[in-house]
Design a protein around this ligand. Structure first.
Ligand code: FAD
Length: 352
């Protein structure tokens, strides 16, 4: 059983069902992607300064580029390019990363230094790793596509059913839900920020906390030019195009453990515009259209299974996936594949 039909649970369910495992997905909301996934900007690139995340992000980008992997028959990637900026002393490590990415994906990643601007983004003295073949995906659409594939492979997806707890009964998990008790061979909790305050039986061994993420969408009118997706490792600010005339902007919102549905923070909204103006000067006069506040689970990789992707919970055969630290979309294809592989190879080949 997979608890949670966000992008992580959907990827796991798809990969399990494709391997012939009998899978049930339980989602508390009436629809899929109602948690972090539904609010996500969906920026994806192969590079990540965290090595563990980079190892997942690179093959994940390959999956997002490959039409053959999707029920829709179309690759979900919008390849607008991805720019990662950093302090100039990162140039050598960026060059090494570009070489690795190109060798694995046959792409044209490269480093730009001592330039004012690249792909519509001012670098403000930084050096940039440019991945022209990366960009963004629509996370809810990716989630839905994986669930379509999982159902076609025999999985059952239940919406509007909440898991209240999980207990060990006869050596196997008994899952307590709104719809009654369900016996499972194994349970994987992919509950996103809800892992920070889990139901009994789903508490991961290492602490996970939820952290606020707030983004705004602004109008982008000429003479503002189109641009690639952008992350600045010096400050944490980020941006991505939304269609032809809008841009999503964000910067770290260091508010921990607030409710998932907390209202947007107007002071942070203003600070975000101000911080991004260095990179997009046209923001000073841009009309602000909307602001969304959600959250993601934050924790460190280090779990017991699948190279740190799964944590035990204390209940036999019940596992919790790691927190994605605000980057779970760019790693979901490969994370789901590895978790499913670990499930099949491990003691729970009879996952239900
Ligand atoms: C505003 C924003 C922007 C982001 N931008 C990016 C980005 O550009 N690139 C990137 O890679 N990542 C980004 N992220 C992070 C990324 O979206 C998340 O890491 C990812 O969506 C997490 O997916 P998930 O499936 O683990 O969690 P979720 O999507 O939160 O899914 C968890 C699901 O579990 C369900 N659930 C919880 N408890 C229970 C229960 N007891 N019973 C049944 N169901 C339950 C919830 O209803 C929910 O649907 C962003 C996140 C946010 C919020």
């Amino acid at each position: 059983m997979v608890v949670g039909a966000g992008i992580t649970g959907a990827s796991i369910a798809h990969h399990l069902a494709r391997r012939g495992v009998s899978v049930v997905v339980i989602e508390q909301s009436p629809r899929s992607g109602a948690g972090a996934t539904g609010s996500s900007g969906g920026m994806v690139r192969a590079y990540d300064p965290d090595t563990a995340s980079g190892e997942l992000a690179l093959p994940s980008l390959a999956a997002y580029r490959d039409p053959a992997r999707w029920a829709s028959g179309q690759a979900p990637l919008h390849a607008v390019g991805a720019v990662t900026a950093a302090h100039p002393d990162q140039a050598a490590s960026f060059r090494e990363a570009a070489g690795q990415i190109n060798a694995a994906l046959h792409t044209s990643a490269h480093v730009v230094a001592e330039r004012d601007e690249v792909a519509g983004i001012r670098l403000a003295g930084g050096v940039a790793l440019v991945e022209p073949e990366a960009g963004w995906v629509a996370p809810a659409e990716v989630t839905e596509d994986w669930l379509v594939q999982a159902r076609a492979d025999g999985a059952v997806v239940c919406h509007g059913v909440r898991v209240h707890g999980v207990e060990a009964r006869g050596g196997r998990p008994a899952v307590l839900t709104d719809a009654g008790v369900i016996s499972a061979g194994s349970v994987i909790a992919a509950v996103g920020p809800w892992a920070a305050d889990p139901v009994p039986g789903l508490r991961p061994a290492s602490p996970v906390r939820s952290r606020s993420i707030q983004v705004s969408v602004v109008e982008r009118r000429p003479p503002a030019v189109s641009h690639a997706t952008f992350v600045d490792l010096r400050t944490g600010v980020y941006a991505k195009p939304v269609g032809s005339d809008r841009t999503l902007i964000g910067m770290p919102h260091l508010v921990w453990d607030s409710p998932f549905d907390s209202p947007p923070d107007p002071a942070h909204e203003r600070a975000t515009v101000s911080a991004l103006t260095t990179h997009f000067p046209w923001l000073t006069t841009a009309v602000q259209l909307s602001t969304v506040r959600a959250a993601d689970a934050y924790g460190s990789p280090g779990g017991e299974q699948a190279s740190g992707l799964l944590e035990g919970t204390g209940v036999p055969h019940v596992w919790s996936v790691r927190g994605w630290n605000g980057g779970g979309v760019k790693t979901a294809p490969e994370a789901g594949r590895r978790i499913a592989e670990a499930c099949v190879a491990d003691a729970f080949s009879d996952v239900a």
